[in-house]
Design a protein around this ligand. Sequence first.
Ligand code: IMP
Ligand code: MG
Length: 174
Amino acid sequence: MKVLISEARIRSRVGQMARAIDARYRNRRPVLIGILKGAVVFLSDLIRQMRIPVEIDFVTVASYNGRTSSSGRVKTKSELSVDLEGRDVILVEDIVDTGLTLRRVVKRLARKKPRSIAVCALLDKKDNRRQIVPIDFVGFEIPDGFVVGYGLDRRNRYRNLKFIGAVDGRKPKS
Ligand code: IMP
Ligand code: MG
């Protein structure tokens, strides 16, 4: 396991992102929607560095099915509990790779008539993009290659690492 982004760098960048979101949504009360499970660590650190009032909710989607590249099929597995009509929504994602997940979720949420939808992603693997999805707040751009930690898993492991690490994602062993 190689450390790609240290705990200290993550903390400082997440703080900067929190301040950028605070500034953009001053006098508003956005709903931050985390995409489970990967975004849970990032979202919980992010909101604790924010100062404006927020609400949170979650959606569960899966496309990887234990593999290390997108299956191309994105399944939504849970529904929201907050009414999004007229609300400012910020989708919080751990990592954007092909963009398929995000595009699908943005499309679904747009039907609920929010006032606005923005995207906040900790990591951006730009080289793999297959769908154009604008990302409003990005933590780090990283090269292609499988990463784990800080919420990100490989076969449901490593989510609790405090740093972002690189594993050889080509042939996952159990
Ligand atoms: P996309 O639909 O290809 O953009 O993939 C996005 C989702 O795939 C993310 O929400 C992650 O859950 C997962 N994912 C993409 N790349 C990685 C990675 O390097 N490590 C762990 N999960 C990843
Ligand atoms: Mg995810």
